[in-house]
Design a protein around this ligand. Structure first.
Ligand SMILES: [Zn+2]
Length: 265
């Protein structure tokens, strides 16, 4: 049994849902992100949020998987602050939907000034409504710099408790910074670049199992919706006990996500 706490099912087929269910997936969370194209109006985001809160939970339920989601305008589309603010203004009408857990995946893509401004406005929105936060960190060589900028932005808002923020896509050179600051850390598993299941197992061996989870981030790019069960297999092969595997792939997501009061498994 496992949870994939970060996967973009709008880009996946029903066959993926079926394979995930067969592999033991019982719940997922789907952050708002790029939809495969840049939306031409805030109305495009309105329709996307309806998809994430109305149709996708039904599609997941067909396979016995509980579906949850997060709201945001991702940094890739947040270069125009006026446009981004119109999207943020849509959030309140979706906050009461039963599968909405918080704000995410917010963060930085190219570490630009406008991205940082909109990141801070998302953080302020989450603080005002007492919401969990899921953070995307840049995949470029400036991941460490981006991670530090994001942590500073969260700290500047004194109302956010680090234990209610998960910083995703950590790697060997950023995980310690994130955990030491009191945040949760997500390891995104990719088939052969960035953090593979093998490297995730290495990170667990180096940094332990506190406040760490694994996810597939399955999306439009080369990615694997079965990455979490594959990491379970890798950890088992290395001799990790079942309690550790369950902690990383099930119990930790439950502990973090349950703080929303709306996570069900
Ligand atoms: Zn993502």
């Amino acid at each position: 049994m496992y949870i994939d706490p970060h996967i973009h099912m709008v880009s996946r087929t029903t066959d993926d849902y079926q394979r995930m269910a067969l592999a033991g997936c019982v719940a997922i969370t789907e952050p708002a992100f790029w939809a495969g194209y840049d939306r031409s109006s805030p109305q495009g985001f309105y329709d996307y949020f309806r998809l994430l809160t109305e149709y996708e939970p039904k599609r997941a339920a067909t396979y016995g998987i509980k579906h949850h989601t997060w709201l945001c305008i991702n940094p890739k589309e947040a270069e125009d602050p006026g446009f981004a603010r119109e999207v943020i203004a849509l959030f309140p009408q979706f906050l009461d939907r039963p599968n909405v857990l918080g704000i995410g995946e917010i963060g930085l893509n190219k570490n630009s000034r406008n991205e940082l401004q909109i990141l801070e406005e998302h953080i302020a929105f989450a603080a005002k409504h007492d919401l969990l936060i899921l953070v995307h960190t840049p995949h470029l060589e400036d991941k460490l710099k981006g991670t530090r900028l994001i942590i500073d932005a969260i700290r500047r808002n004194g109302d956010i408790q680090p234990g209610r923020v998960l910083i995703d896509h950590v790697e060997e050179h950023t995980v310690k910074t994130v955990l030491d600051a009191g945040f949760w850390a997500g390891m995104t598993l990719y088939p052969d670049t960035k953090c593979t299941p093998q490297r995730a197992a290495d990170i667990v061996e180096m940094y332990g199992k506190e406040r760490l989870w694994i996810n597939s981030a399955g999306d439009w790019g080369h990615s694997d919706p079965l990455a979490v069960p594959k990491a379970q297999v890798e950890m088992r092969r290395r001799g990790h006990d079942e309690a550790t595997i369950r902690r990383i792939s099930f119990e930790n997501p439950v502990t973090f996500l349950s703080q929303s009061g709306k996570f069900h498994v």
